[in-house]
Design a protein. Structure first.
Length: 257
């Protein structure tokens, strides 16, 4: 059972990529535009889903179900994208310019709406649950955002599937190190604060990690080059990896106390 959980992400990735290739091949062979939504959906969702499965397979003790994670990805992603879109539009309309720090603040806050609701609904509150729920919410947001970018690229390129492939590949590969990592870190800190009954130090820790997530997001949007992406991705995934390791160690210690 543990082996299957640990390596389930490989099955998700392989099957997802196989389905994407099959739809892509059919689209190119037939020229049927009805297949394009399926192509974009698969291309945007495969890597985020595989990454959620990857983290769920690590040696962390969590109690949240797969159904809850799927619902969080769907509802959290939709709420996050809609909220961020409206707030960014209003900010741009009011200021006539949208600073990158405002984008980071708005989107990191929007992705936390679903985790913030769930932290008061789900019990017991385990930081590991918060990590997975945050990653799932970030996955939903990243998937829907990527679909939007791919659709716009499709229109602007006048139906160039190759251009759409480039967008799906780049944003798919980078999504675990961006939206998913940042929301996973902040949601884990949120759950930790709830687990500590909102103690001042725990809340301060959450605020500090949220500020770091916004700073990473702002830097990501502002710099926009391969070297910067590589550095920021390494930092983001490194922080997520350290957090996952600590949660795994904490769960092991509690289980054998």
């Amino acid at each position: 059972m543990r082996f299957a959980r640990r390596w389930s992400w490989v099955a998700v990735l392989v099957i997802g990529l196989a389905l994407f290739y099959a739809v892509r091949r059919a689209t190119l062979d037939t020229g049927n535009p009805n297949l394009i939504p399926s192509l974009i959906l698969l291309g945007a969702a495969v890597v985020p889903m595989a990454f959620v499965a990857f983290l769920a397979g690590r040696r962390i003790e969590y109690g949240v179900s797969g159904g809850t994670l799927a619902l969080t990805a769907l509802v959290g992603g939709v709420i996050g994208v809609v909220t961020a879109g409206v707030l960014e539009y209003d900010t741009l309309h009011g200021l006539e310019v949208l600073p990158m720090v405002a984008v980071g603040l708005i989107e990191e806050s929007a992705k936390l709406i679903a985790p913030l609701v769930l932290v008061f609904v789900l019990k017991p509150r385990k930081p590991a649950d918060g990590l997975l729920i945050g990653v799932a919410s970030g996955a939903g947001f990243a998937t829907l955002e990527t679909m939007g970018y791919a659709f716009v690229t499709l229109i602007q390129s006048k139906g160039d599937i190759g251009a759409v492939d480039d967008v799906l590949f780049l944003r798919g590969v980078l999504s675990p190190a961006a939206h998913m990592a940042w929301t996973g870190l902040t949601a884990a800190a949120l759950w930790y604060a709830a687990d500590r009954r909102w103690h001042t130090s725990a809340v301060a820790r959450f605020v500090g990690i949220f500020v770091v997530a916004v700073a990473l997001h702002t830097a990501w949007d502002s710099l926009g080059n391969t070297v910067a992406y590589a550095i920021l991705a390494a930092v983001s995934l490194g922080l997520l990896g350290v957090t996952t390791h600590r949660l795994a160690a904490r769960g092991y210690a509690l289980a054998h106390a």
